[in-house]
Design a protein around this ligand. Structure first.
Ligand SMILES: *Cc1c(COP(=O)(O)O)cnc(C)c1O
Length: 511
């Protein structure tokens, strides 16, 4: 494997750009009395900061940001991640001063608008999903899962049912599902998929007994397929006393068409940062509200937003916080990610309305099926049927040792973000492709053309793929070495930028 760790364009660090005495701001004389400094032994004398003008810093960071790939910059078919375009009006609303400058400890009378927004968002998510109650608190999808499995366990315990310790999870589930169950000490039992990519009903029936907490089902699953026996799956789990958790991260495919609550799911999380266009991928803020059926509503984390005093003719309703009767407690400081998550998602739902959300799902599914149809002749499709918002192909060719990674790296030369690689695990050399509804036919065709061209190159010039990417700032990384010898502070004085040895270098604070 080629290993080109030297960038083709070398961007100077801020330290190299630094020039002694150059400054960005001039501090005014203080208009308050000077305080004494802490004792000398607590002071640092030689903090090595670069000296630059504002324009130097702006240009440096803008240039660095342009080396990144972004959804505003190009097609981003990263399966399971729903990298749809995020409308810019969301950015206006979440920066409205009344939303931006509130403090979570303000008296509720002063934040009625914010509380009303949260209340309406809860109501809308209930209507979209068919659940009886919603909490907006969880900070991300996986955090919503953790909240959900805590609720499932609390429900069984409240009924004096203490022997339930197993969580059933299909092999087509998202990886966070077994992780969330394992985190609270549940035993994860894997359920295989059948030949059509559905949950294997016989295996499910065999695993269902009185030790089952429930089933965690990603639906559509990570193959992009809707389980054709969904009602039967849910019935079987309920019959043994278990609950059914729906991983709703991929609600993009179902909006306005089918409601998980109506199908019989007991609890589900939403990913506001996928389905409802909250930007993600750079580390947050995520937002993973959960919805529950009526029999679980009392277990929701506290607090949720409710109406404390109903309105009458003269006075508007008073919104405030309420504690569900058997609440599992708090799972996050304050109320969840308000501005970055909830206001953006609220805006997105309000702008689309019910009919618009339905079109989101229809176009997301149409786009995925169009791409699948165009790629079918060039790539093997392991579970080949009408897909939902995404699909999975095999990134390998008969008689060739080329791998999914080689295809993805080559795609970068065509200026596309690669699809999700090597996931789900049940497909060898998996390439998981999710176009989303925000792409037009020309973009989908350009991507399909590139993929088909790459399949052709694999036959005629495989070395082109092996050595890819050729047109990017960095060549093929040694990903193992990058993880083992992580260097996060390449700007630090020389001894800090060396690869880590057994002897850890002194921390900056000790210098
Ligand atoms: C993204 C995703 C998750 C996890 O969501 P995070 O916000 O990244 O924690 C869970 N399940 C599925 C199906 C997903 O696509």
């Amino acid at each position: 494997m080629t290993e080109t760790l030297t960038p083709k364009v070398v961007e100077p660090t801020l330290f190299e750009l630094s020039s002694p005495g150059r400054i960005g701001v001039t501090m005014p004389e203080p208009d308050v009395p000077k305080a004494d400094l802490p004792p000398a032994h607590l002071l640092r004398s030689d903090l090595p900061l670069p000296e630059l003008a504002e324009v130097d810093v702006v240009r440096h960071y803008l240039r660095l940001s342009q080396f990144n790939y972004s959804v505003d910059g190009g097609f981003y078919p990263l399966g399971s991640c729903t990298m749809k375009y995020n409308p810019k009006i969301n950015e206006d609303t979440c920066r409205l001063p009344g939303f931006l400058y509130t403090h979570p400890l303000q008296p509720i009378e002063t934040v009625q608008g914010n509380l009303e927004l949260m209340y309406l968002l809860q109501e809308w998510l209930k209507e979209i999903s068919g659940f009886a109650a919603v909490s907006l608190q969880p900070a991300a999808g996986a955090h919503g899962e953790l909240t959900g499995v805590l609720i499932m366990r609390a429900y069984h315990k409240s009924r004096g049912d203490h022997k339930r310790i197993k969580m059933l999870i299909p092999d087509s589930a998202h990886g966070t599902n077994p992780a969330s169950s394992g985190m609270i000490g549940l035993q994860v039992v894997q359920i295989p998929s059948d030949a059509r990519g559905n949950v294997d009903l016989n295996a499910l029936k065999a695993a269902c007994d009185d030790a089952v907490v429930g089933l965690m089902l990603t639906n559509p699953n990570t193959l992009g397929l809707f389980d054709e026996n969904i009602e039967e799956v849910i019935r079987v789990v309920h019959e043994c006393g278990g609950l059914v958790y729906g991983d709703g991260a991929n609600l993009n495919a179902l909006l306005g068409i089918v409601r998980p609550g109506d199908l019989g799911f007991d609890v589900m999380h939403f990913n506001l940062h996928k389905t409802f266009s909250v930007p993600h991928g750079g580390g947050g803020p995520g937002s993973g509200p959960i919805g529950v059926a009526a029999h679980l509503a009392d277990f929701l984390p506290e607090p949720i937003v409710g109406i404390l005093e109903e309105d009458d003719e003269e006075t508007p309703p008073l919104f405030g916080f309420i504690r569900p009767a058997k609440s599992i407690g708090r799972i996050k400081a304050f109320y969840g990610h308000f501005g970055g998550g909830m206001v953006r998602a609220f805006t997105y739902i309000a702008m689309h309305g019910a009919e618009g959300l339905k079109q989101v799902a229809q176009h997301a599914v149409l786009n995925a099926n169009y791409l699948l149809a165009r790629l079918r002749g060039s790539y093997r499709v392991p579970y080949d049927r009408i897909c939902m918002h995404e699909f999975v192909v095999e990134g390998r060719f008969e008689g060739s040792d080329l791998r999914a990674l080689d295809i993805s790296k080559r795609l970068m030369d065509y200026n596309f973000h690669p699809p999700t690689n090597y996931f789900p695990l049940i497909v060898p050399e998996a390439l998981m492709i999710e176009p989303t509804e925000t792409e037009n036919k020309a973009t989908l065709d350009a991507f399909a053309d590139a993929m088909i061209q790459i399949a052709e190159e694999a036959r005629t010039n495989p070395d082109l793929l092996r050595a890819a990417p050729h047109n990017t700032l960095f060549g093929r990384m040694d990903e193992v070495r990058a993880a083992r010898e992580l260097v996060l502070c390449c700007w630090l004085p020389e001894d800090y930028s060396k690869p880590l040895t057994d002897e850890q270098p002194a921390s900056l604070g000790e210098r």
